[in-house]
Design a binder for this molecule. Structure first.
Ligand code: NAP
Length: 549
């Protein structure tokens, strides 16, 4: 393929080290590498970790496992692998996911194109030469025509408690957990944060620790995961019907292989509404959200019924009524914050060694030598687990020095809130792509990644053929944001903002709030993304440029 890609108005063509630099070797980076390679685009992956895996490499805290069912939380591009890989459980553990991604990398001989242990510090676009220069913390620089940022949505830690350097015990953020096992035997342990991460950690640590103190700010609606070990029969059925499984994934709004419900609360006899919710609760995982009522996320009455049902479950499970009420979310609708899956989460609060601290009435002030200073006084701990989340979606690129046209940094571009065209391109950053960027679908990630990586591959091929740059206008980005906002406004999820929802940018003090996802369903998103091809992908230089949608 021709190495040169000429921006309109740019005559100079400069050689590059490699046609595409991919940042990150997680699910997105590996898939992008496969896609670009298969199109003959020379690519190099730069990865901070010492191995592939991305989020699954870093998040090796106790209890880490997927919240999507194994048979759809994987790649679909390698049909042989789908038949060969034997998932062990409904929700695979971190180590199983890590083993899977390592296997994919080895199977496709990907490591030869990956440099491990390097952090990309900057990516700077030279408008005259039409070249990106990517620099790592090791001081190496690489030039490329294209950059694909597969930097993940949840990699930049939020660590809101000060003074950790004074603490004499052990303190880990959930996403920088050591590789060797951490013993909690007989220890006084604190967990700060009750998002999807804390909720996976808490039940396991409680079984081992001498005492466990959970610091909660906003209670969540925690669905029982109801994990199970897959039998040979179940695995065989999935493999036999894999085409149907992926067909369901492509039709289900959140990319899960769930059957359509075709039922709304208003059309359901009041007497049977609880039965429907009970069946969803018993089915486990996200099935409560997606296999009960189609209007659960869009109709206030339906959501209120589903929310109250969960609160009643909490009250039934947790024996101490004061603790039960503290665990009941009241400030946001179910789904208003990303729903976590629990593995006997609420049951854990019935243990004698577990206590719950409401940081709204007793805020954490700072670390001390011996533990944490709270408004009510000092609490002593041997281990403090920080499960306080991430500067989500946009953080990876605002913490890196990424500069597009006229030296504009991504931090500046996103100062008023992160926006992109369909999660894949940002205006004024030519030939720069994102995987899982802002306003991409809120959905099971691997199918989204696959769709976006394929699209990026198509766009690069098209640009090479047409001799144009891959660049969208600010108007195109803003137009997509308006469409995404309209979709979001048709849900009941807006109340998540007051509950610090990270998918609204509301969890990081000072971060501009933005709807960071497309909530209109992945089928509609995929369709619109596919249809961009008819309009020259909405690229500025394309001959048939046309308005979005
Ligand atoms: P998170 O959802 O942002 O939760 C962070 C927790 O820390 C919240 O409970 C938050 O309270 C609390 N917190 C933040 N700042 C605090 C402060 N200053 N004082 C006290 N508490 C504070 O982060 P996460 O649990 O790491 O999960 C992030 C996302 O990662 C999930 O939503 C999910 O998408 C993904 N994840 C996925 C899986 C999986 O699929 N298996 C597992 C884990 C995580 P507020 O709620 O009040 O902000």
């Amino acid at each position: 393929m021709a190495p040169a890609n000429e921006t309109p108005g740019t005559k100079e063509q400069v050689g590059v080290d490699v046609e595409a630099i991919i940042i990150g070797a997680g699910i997105g980076g590996l898939r992008a590498l496969w896609e670009l390679r298969s199109r003959g685009i020379s690519s190099k992956v730069l990865e901070k970790g010492s191995n592939v895996g991305g989020t699954w490499y870093w998040n090796r805290y106790p209890g880490a496992r997927t919240d999507s069912e194994s048979w759809v939380y994987c790649y679909s591009f390698d049909k042989d692998l789908l038949q060969e890989w034997d998932w062990k459980e409904r929700f695979p553990t971190q180590s199983e996911m890590q083993a899977y991604l390592e296997h994919v990398a080895d199977r496709h001989d990907m490591r030869k194109d990956i440099t491990f242990g390097v952090t990309v510090t900057s990516a700077i676009f030279d408008e005259n030469a039409n070249v990106w220069t990517v620099t790592t913390d090791a001081g190496a620089t690489y030039t490329s025509r294209y950059v694909v940022a597969a930097t993940g949505q949840l990699g930049i830690q939020h660590f809101p408690v000060e003074g950790v350097e004074n603490f004499k015990g052990i303190a880990y953020h959930s996403s920088s957990w050591p590789e060797e096992p951490v013993s909690f035997e007989g220890k006084r342990v604190a967990v700060i944060g009750t998002g999807a991460t804390g909720i996976q950690i808490i039940p396991l640590v409680a079984q081992e620790a001498g005492s466990l103190t959970v610091f909660q700010r906003t209670p969540n609606f925690v669905m029982p995961a109801r994990n199970y070990v897959l039998t040979d029969t179940h695995r065989a059925a999935i493999k036999r019907d894999y085409d149907d499984v992926w067909a369901k994934v492509s039709e289900q709004p959140f990319g899960m292989a769930f059957d359509p419900v075709n039922r709304v609360l208003g059309d359901t006899e009041p007497a049977s509404r609880n039965q429907v919710l009970e069946a969803g609760w018993e089915a486990g995982g996200f099935r409560y959200i997606f296999e009960t009522f189609d209007d659960l996320l869009t109709d206030e009455e339906c959501n209120a019924a589903a929310s109250e049902f969960v609160r009643n479950k909490i009250r039934a499970i947790v024996k101490d009524p004061v603790t039960a009420e503290l665990l009941c979310p009241t400030d946001h609708p179910v789904g208003g914050k990303r729903v976590p899956l629990g593995h006997f989460y609420y049951e854990t609060f019935n243990r004698a060694n577990v206590s719950l601290v409401d940081v709204n009435s007793n805020p954490i002030e700072r670390f001390t030598e011996n533990g944490l200073m709270t408004a009510d006084g000092e609490l002593e701990f041997d281990v403090v687990i920080i499960a306080t989340g991430f500067d989500a979606v946009s953080g990876a690129l605002t913490h890196m020095d990424v500069r597009g046209r006229q030296g504009l940094s991504m931090k500046e571009r996103w100062a008023d809130g992160a926006e992109s065209f369909m999660g894949v391109m940002v205006d004024r950053f030519p030939n720069f792509f994102t995987i899982l960027g802002p306003q991409g679908p809120f959905s099971n990630n691997p199918p989204v990644i696959e769709h976006q990586a394929e699209w990026i591959g198509k766009v690069i091929t098209y640009c090479e053929q047409q001799g144009i740059a891959a660049e969208v206008s600010t108007e195109t980005v803003e137009s997509w944001y308006r469409i995404a906002k309209e979709a979001f406004d048709s849900t009941v999820l807006g109340a998540g903002e007051q509950a610090h929802s990270w998918y609204l940018g509301a969890n990081i003090p000072g971060k501009a709030h933005r709807i960071l996802y497309w909530f209109g369903g992945s089928p509609a998103y995929n369709d619109m993304l596919d249809r961009t091809e008819e309009a020259g992908f909405h690229l500025i230089g394309a001959r048939q440029a046309a308005p979005v949608a």
